[in-house]
Structure formats: structure tokens, C-alpha cells
Design a protein around this ligand. Structure first.
Ligand code: ASP
Ligand code: MG
Length: 426
């Protein structure tokens, strides 16, 4: 008998009717002869509502208490899903992350899973129960405090459980039919991918595709767990995330699409440090200060210094939420380093073209930039990896840029495939 791990996102368990529907689906997997372990997210917009409540109560709630509050959302889901299953004549046991053995580091709000000790889950499975686990939470090994894994973290809970239990597959149920070549809300002609490699999915997730939590993909890759992303609202086969680009044979890569998709991200801001003296150690000082302020940087560009002045500009992008802290950290350095000024712009967006095939196909960059040019989109920053090209553009041009790129790479489907069932994309 195999073990199947399933994850249901917030839109799949948004209300009582949805919970009952999901319970029937879980029972089907059990009836098919599997041991079933389910990770659930909070119902609908519960997590946002809880956060909004916290904000009303306190402008700066302590992170420990925020975690206590936010984990309550998933506890509600796990209990009601278990109830709905027992109503169908099957027995289910729900467990909090801590009870399920999800052990994390001690960083509140963005804890990392460091171990899973699923003793209670295994016992419950042996006793014939279906196991329901509250997603997105764990317990710190050091502090013994309850932690959360960051927004969207239930995906990671599911994959971590699948790895610890040596499950056959991890099914991630969401409100779209799988991973698409672009966000169907922007590109109605986006196509569903049948298969995508871990590396491509990592880039997609890191570049703003919200379909899977980044950590979940990292975890799946490390433990070689195939993820099947599919809709809880339809019976269609979704997208299987598995395999490494390294393992692909020549034949595979001949058949493989060159481009997996176009991702976009509107969550970043850009800071420019203007007029930095072009000498050894200045960049190090700037980025040490940013590191001390706990800012997560993404793209970094340093211009060639103007010969006359020997001054250069350094620009980088970072999450908008880190913007204030970064600006404060840099402002404190201004007299010491002697740069001219700081610019902050959060009206930017990032477009990324991702595909394993670009390693062996020349001309991808030219085509990408050509598409943006024809759409009248100006590029302000560029960065690349082996399988990705990203550009920063004006925020107001993001949709246009995504559509133009999607069309230029012949990704548009002739018939509309993309249905967004729930509306939240989780
Ligand atoms: N409920 C949490 C969130 O909305 C975790 C999750 O959905 O995976 O971010
Ligand atoms: Mg959620």
C-alpha cells in the first residue's frame, strides 16, 4: 500500500460546502487503497483576516504572537476536514504541525523546516486513520515556540511530510488546473504544462509564479519527491514537477519546449545609490550594511563609472517590505562613504523568461528584448541565470510585457485552457 500526501489550499476549503467536497476527494484516495496524509491551509482568506485583526490591535505585533494567531487558521481547517471525513464513515485524525513532528528553526514568520519526526502520523496510519495536518506551521527545536513557515507555507508542509513518510507522490490541490506558461489572469491564452523540471519550477516560483511555495520546490528537489499540481475543482491531470535538467537525455531535450513560461513579480522595489566613489571596498560596505539590516536582495547592477568623476551608481532590487529598513541603513552610511544620494522606486515589476532549453538555443535574449521593444516596454535592469532571463520594467507595463513575451515565444494556446476556479490562486 502506498502513501499519498495531498495538500489543499485555502480556496479549496473556503467554506463548509468546499470542505465536504474535499473530504469526498480525500476519501476516494483512501478507497483506492492508499494511506492518506493531508496538509490543509486556512479556509479562504482566513490568514489575511487574522493579519488584519492583528494590525487593528497593534501596529507592531510581536512575531511570536502573530505566529500563535496565524496558526489558528490551519487548526480550524484540519478539524473541520476531519469532521467531514468522519461524516462519510471514515476515521480521520487531525494534528497540529507540532504534533505531526514538523520541527523548525526559531525564526518566527519565516521558519525553515529542519526535521520531520512523523511518529504520531505513522501510528495513526497504522491504525487505519486518514491523517490531516495543519499546514504552514511547526515547532522550534530550540525555543519550543510555535512557528510559521511564511505565506503559502502549506505546500512546504506537504512536501516535507511526503519526504519524511517516503510517500509515492505529493499532490498539491489548488484552484487552477496546474502550472501554466503565464498567469492566466494576465494571459488568458496561457497553456498548462504537463511536466516541468525542478530547476524550472524553482525559477518560476522565485520569479513570482505563486502556484507553489519556493521552499516546497527546493525540498522536493532535494528529496526527489514528484509534485503533482492539480485542481481540486476538476478531475483533470495537472502538472508534474519532477526530474532535473541535468538528467535529461539528448532526446528528451530535443522534444522539450525551449521555454517553460513567463513569470512576473510586482512585489519588489528598486534602490539606486547615486554617485558612489569607484574604489575598493565601497560595494562591500554598502552590502554589509544591507545584510545587517536583514534585507533580501535580488538583482544588483553597478554601472561603469563616469571617467570624469570616477563616480558610479549601484542599483538593486529587494522586497518592498524591506525598503524602509534598507533606505535607513544606507542613509546612515552616506557621510562615511560620501555617495551623492539615494533613489527609491517601488513602481517597478520584474518579468522573467524561464526554460531549460535556452541553454542550447542561441538568440533567446534577442527575441525577448525584441518583443519588449515592439510592445514599447523599456528595460531598466537585466539579470540572467543558466535557464532564466529577467528584466525590470515600469510596473504599469508589466501586463503588456508578459503578454508580448508569451506571444513572441509561441506560447499562446489556440483554445483557452486556463480556468481559475477559486480566484485566489491557492
Ligand atoms: N494560510 C497560509 C497563507 O495564506 C499558508 C498557506 O496558505 O499555505 O499564507
Ligand atoms: Mg492561504
Amino acid at each position: 500500500m502506498g502513501i499519498v500526501v495531498q495538500k489543499y489550499g485555502g480556496s479549496s476549503v473556503a467554506d463548509a460546502a468546499a470542505v465536504k467536497r474535499v473530504a469526498r476527494r480525500i476519501v476516494e484516495a483512501k478507497k483506492a487503497g492508499n494511506d492518506v496524509v493531508v496538509a490543509v491551509s486556512a479556509m479562504g482568506d482566513t490568514t489575511d483576516d487574522l493579519l488584519a485583526l492583528a494590525e487593528q490591535v497593534s501596529p507592531l505585533p510581536p512575531a511570536r504572537e502573530l505566529d500563535m494567531l496565524m496558526t489558528a487558521g490551519e487548526r480550524i481547517s484540519m478539524a473541520v476536514v476531519a469532521m467531514a471525513i468522519s461524516d462519510l464513515g471514515f476515521s480521520a485524525r487531525s494534528f497540529t504541525g507540532s504534533q505531526a513532528g514538523v520541527i523548525t528553526d526559531s525564526v518566527h514568520q519565516k521558519a525553515k523546516i529542519i526535521d520531520v519526526t512523523p511518529g504520531r502520523i505513522s501510528t495513526a496510519l497504522e491504525e487505519g486513520h486518514i491523517v490531516i495536518v495543519a499546514g504552514f506551521q511547526g515547532v522550534s527545536q530550540d525555543t519550543k515556540e510555535i512557528t510559521t513557515l511564511g505565506r503559502g507555507g502549506t505546500d512546504t508542509t506537504a512536501v516535507a511530510l511526503a519526504a519524511a513518510l517516503d510517500a509515492d507522490v505529493c499532490e498539491i490541490y489548488t484552484d487552477v488546473d496546474g502550472v501554466f506558461t503565464a498567469d492566466p489572469r494576465i494571459v488568458p491564452a496561457a497553456r498548462k504544462l504537463d511536466r516541468v523540471t525542478y530547476e524550472e519550477m524553482l525559477e518560476l516560483a522565485a520569479c513570482g509564479a505563486k502556484i507553489l511555495h519556493l521552499r516546497c520546490v527546493e525540498y522536493a528537489r532535494r528529496y526527489n519527491i514528484p509534485i503533482h499540481v492539480r485542481s481540486s475543482f476538476s478531475q483533470l491531470d495537472g502538472t508534474v514537477v519532477s526530474g532535473s535538467i541535468e538528467d535529461r537525455t539528448q532526446e528528451d531535450s530535443m522534444e522539450q519546449a525551449i521555454i517553460a513560461g513567463v513569470a512576473h513579480d510586482r512585489s519588489e522595489a528598486k534602490i539606486t545609490v547615486v554617485g558612489v566613489p569607484d574604489k575598493v571596498g565601497e560595494a562591500a560596505r554598502i552590502f554589509e550594511a544591507l545584510a545587517a539590516a536583514q534585507t533580501n536582495l535580488d538583482m544588483i547592477v553597478q554601472n561603469v563609472s563616469a571617467a570624469a568623476t570616477n563616480l558610479t551608481d549601484i542599483s538593486f532590487t529587494l522586497p518592498r517590505g524591506d525598503g524602509q529598513a534598507a533606505m535607513a541603513a544606507l542613509a546612515a552610511l552616506q557621510s562615511e562613504i560620501g555617495f551623492e544620494s539615494l533613489l527609491y522606486n517601488d513602481q517597478i515589476g520584474k518579468i522573467s523568461l524561464i526554460g531549460a532549453g535556452m541553454r542550447s538555443h542561441p538568440g533567446i535574449t534577442a527575441k525577448f528584448f525584441g518583443a519588449l521593444a515592439s510592445a514599447g516596454v523599456n528595460i531598466s535592469m537585466i539579470s540572467t541565470s543558466e535557464i532564466r532571463i529577467s528584466v525590470v520594467v515600469e510596473e504599469s507595463q508589466v501586463d503588456e510585457a508578459v503578454r508580448a513575451t508569451h506571444t513572441a515565444f509561441d506560447l499562446d494556446a489556440t483554445e483557452v485552457e486556463a480556468v481559475v476556479y477559486g480566484g485566489t490562486g491557492r
